[in-house]
Every structure is written in C-alpha cells, then in structure tokens.
Design a protein around this ligand. Structure first.
Ligand SMILES: Nc1ncnc2c1ncn2[C@@H]1O[C@H](COP(=O)(O)OP(=O)(O)OP(=O)(O)O)[C@@H](O)[C@H]1O
Ligand SMILES: O=P(O)(O)OC[C@H]1O[C@H](OP(=O)(O)OP(=O)(O)O)[C@H](O)[C@@H]1O
Length: 213
C-alpha cells in the first residue's frame, strides 16, 4: 500500500496558486483554508496529509522530515539555505529580489541596507565588493529609506506598485523568484514512487500551461 505523503503548504499568497496547480494535476488539496484554524488536514482517501505552515517555515519542516515535501518561494530557499532537495520549479508566485532606493541615492561612507532577507543581502553586497551594514526588518521594508533607517533596501518586486506609491526606484535585480517543490532527502528515497508520481503530474500541467501561453 502507498504511504501517506505529508505536504507542507504555505498559507498566504502562494496557497491559492499552488492549490490550483495541484487540482489541475488531479491531486487533492484542502478547500477553504482561509476559513479554518485547523493546521493539519488529512485526506486519507488520497494518501495525503497537508500541513498549513508559515511560508518561511516550510523548508524547516521538510529538512526535519516532519513533512516529506513542501512548496516554498525561491526567496525563502536562498535565505534559509536548508538541506533539502529542490525538485521542481512550479513557475507560480513569480516576482524578483531587487535592490531598491530613493531616486537620488548616492553611495555614502556608511551604507545601511534594510531587508527581510539578511543572508541574501549580505552575500549579494559581499559579491559586489560593497561594504554595507544589513538591518533585518520583518515587513513594510519600503518604509526604511523613507524615514531614514536605511539608504537602500533588498526586497521583492512584483508589479512595482509598492515602489511607485512610495517614490522608490529599482536599482538592480538580484534574482528571479518562483515557487519550488522541495523534498526531504530521506523521504525522497523512502517514498520515491509517491513523490515521483506527484512530480510527474505537476510537471505535465506546468508544461501544458506553458505550451498554451
Ligand atoms: N509581491 C510579492 N511580495 C511578496 N512575496 C511574493 C510576492 N509575489 C510572490 N511572492 C512569494 O510569496 C511568498 C510570500 O507569501 P506571503 O506574503 O503569503 O508570506 P509572508 O509575507 O512571508 O507571510 P506572513 O504574512 O505570514 O508573514 C514569498 O516567499 C514569495 O516567494
Ligand atoms: O511590486 P508589488 O506588486 O507592489 O509587490 C511587492 C511588495 O509585496 C511584498 O510585500 P507584502 O505584501 O508581502 O507585505 P510586507 O512584506 O510589507 O508584509 C514585498 O515585500 C513588497 O513590499
């Protein structure tokens, strides 16, 4: 008998897109996650169990093996650097990680950069040979240059609306972001049939959606 596959799904903006992809692939997903406070949802008839997690925690659950697979943004994978397999680019929740500042920004003697992604930002500026102080924030990052906490930020840009409304400009794009399917290393071996079947079904939908673009 096939083993239960434990799937860590991020709540929030990725969930809708990821669940639509699962449904198109003929895979079940819990409905109405916005309306429930339940965090573990079992679908025994499908041999699956869904863990509804905060997006940034998905790689941790998968690394520790309490979830066999998970869905997470490339931004989180780059920042968290967990020991997991990255199996598939789902092509959803597309945006980019960028360096952003006020239009009149000039490099000062002491440069400060605010971000939700301190590891990504530190590595980027190190590679650019720029010495900066990185300050970690947890949200509304665009506030930092407006009120003088930092002279630049590293944050995600999707439509560019947040930048526009706050008079900021995108200076450099660091990398493109989409959501990825990740797997625990041991689960990938022990539940290979189940994981591979799921991967193949998702891949087929992704390819057919791409062909219809
Ligand atoms: N415009 C966007 N801004 C932020 N994240 C985006 C955007 N577009 C796609 N994403 C993806 O969605 C993920 C963030 O989802 P969400 O905003 O629900 O989480 P969060 O802000 O980390 O969670 P929480 O609000 O619980 O702290 C990112 O990790 C990224 O991969
Ligand atoms: O280019 P846009 O389409 O405007 O999207 C980008 C904005 O969306 C994200 O913020 P989020 O909504 O996650 O809020 P928070 O990080 O401030 O909590 C991100 O941090 C940017 O602020």
């Amino acid at each position: 008998m096939a083993e239960t596959l434990k799937v860590a799904m991020p709540k929030g903006r990725i969930y809708k897109k990821a669940s639509a992809l699962f449904r198109s692939a003929g895979l079940p997903v819990p409905l109405d996650v916005d309306e429930t406070r339940k965090l573990v949802i079992s679908l025994p008839e499908a041999g699956m169990e869904f863990i509804l997690a905060k997006p940034v925690d998905v790689p941790t659950y998968v690394e520790y093996g309490v979830a066999d697979i998970g869905i997470v943004g490339k931004d989180v994978l780059m920042e968290e650097n967990k020991d997991v397999y990255e199996l598939l680019d789902l092509g959803i929740a597309r945006c980019r990680m960028s360096v952003i500042g006020l239009p009149d920004w000039k490099p000062g003697i002491h440069q400060r950069v605010a971000t939700k992604y301190p590891n990504v930002a530190s590595q980027y500026f190190r590679e650019q040979g720029q010495q900066v102080e990185v300050v970690k924030l947890n949200g509304s990052i665009e506030l930092a240059p407006l009120i003088g906490l930092a002279d630049r930020i590293v944050d995600m840009v999707e439509t560019g609306q947040t930048l526009k409304e706050n008079g900021l400009v995108e200076m450099n794009s660091i990398f493109e972001i989409t959501s990825r399917l990740i797997a625990n290393r041991v689960s990938y071996r022990m539940k290979n049939d189940e994981i591979q079947t799921l991967c193949d079904r998702l891949q087929a939908v992704i390819l057919s959606e791409r062909a219809n673009l």
